[in-house]
Design a protein around this ligand. Sequence first.
Ligand code: ZN
Length: 261
Amino acid sequence: MTIRVLVWGENVHERTNKAVASIYPTGMHSCIADGLNEDAGLSASTAVLQDDQHGLTEAVLAETDVLFWWGHAAHGDVADDVVERVAAHVWQGMGLVCLHSAHFSKIFRRITGAPCSLRWREAGERERVWVCNPQHPIAEGVGPCLEIPNSEMYGEPFTVPEPDETVFVSWYEGGEVFRSGLTFKRGNGRIFYFGPGHETYPIYWNEGVKRVLKNAAKWAVNPLGRWQDIDNAANVPVAEAREPLQVKGPKLHEEGEAGFR
Ligand code: ZN
């Protein structure tokens, strides 16, 4: 099975900042997708903020196994109804990989239900991304740690819910540490947050980072697809109970009544 990945990019700093444009001349989303497409098991395409409905229509999401999200300067420009649409797909089983400053994206805060704040410093310092569990699928082939020569420091406290698993912990030259690789599950959707990815450094060209993103796409996919019953609260009539049942006590609703209780 080929995993269908959609890489969503905000596509703002690539067009407005010379340093970012020189590193990512065709956009960060394109670089990330190209890296994923090195793997024959992955088929990655892209969508950007400026597309109609941000490129995240119902039809597009229905054909997406895993959505990657990179945003920074324009989180507030993402329409709330699109965020709700993406969240529904995650609950139904679409994988979601949130990268770097997407910690503050509407979708990551919506799906984790938390502020997702952190400390930061832009000093081009060294980051070591330490592997917490070498047998975790997302860490496969990474070795003991990833060396990122120039990175933006992201530091604790990172106000996310306690993750299901901490896959990576980062150390920075300035002394801080950060839980930089975290997994969550919401509904049927698998979610991975990955810290590295500041736009003024060539982090998505880093071979180790590309390996992590390929691994993350394969981990986040739900091979059974979507379960579509998220918004349905169906009444089960007494007569349809698996065992004979006598109604006891007063009732608020009619038998077989549709909708919410
Ligand atoms: Zn950054």
